[in-house]
Design a protein around this ligand. Structure first.
Ligand SMILES: [Zn+2]
Length: 81
């Protein structure tokens, strides 16, 4: 899922060039260099169409709910029965 991939990348400090806090260039000992954290595939969250955001949120909620349900079942099954 592109969404989770984007999340991972962002958590690692990557961003879309249009969101670059460095203006797409960073100062190094050898002069200006392209920002190493810019990633063109990281579409800015605000650029996603609203329905798309909704779908992603719902999908994520569903996955969380399923994980919790399974965890609860496992815990119950672990007790005497
Ligand atoms: Zn950047």
């Amino acid at each position: 899922m592109h969404e989770s991939w984007s999340r991972t990348k962002r958590s690692q400090g990557f961003h879309h060039p249009s969101e670059c806090p460095n203006g797409r260039w960073v100062e190094t000992a050898h002069g200006r260099a392209p920002c190493p954290k810019c990633h063109a595939d990281l579409i800015p969250w605000d650029n996603l169409p609203e329905p798309q955001k909704d779908i992603n949120r719902h999908a994520f909620d569903d996955v969380l709910a399923e994980i919790r349900r399974r965890a609860a079942i496992t815990e119950r099954g672990g007790e005497s029965g």
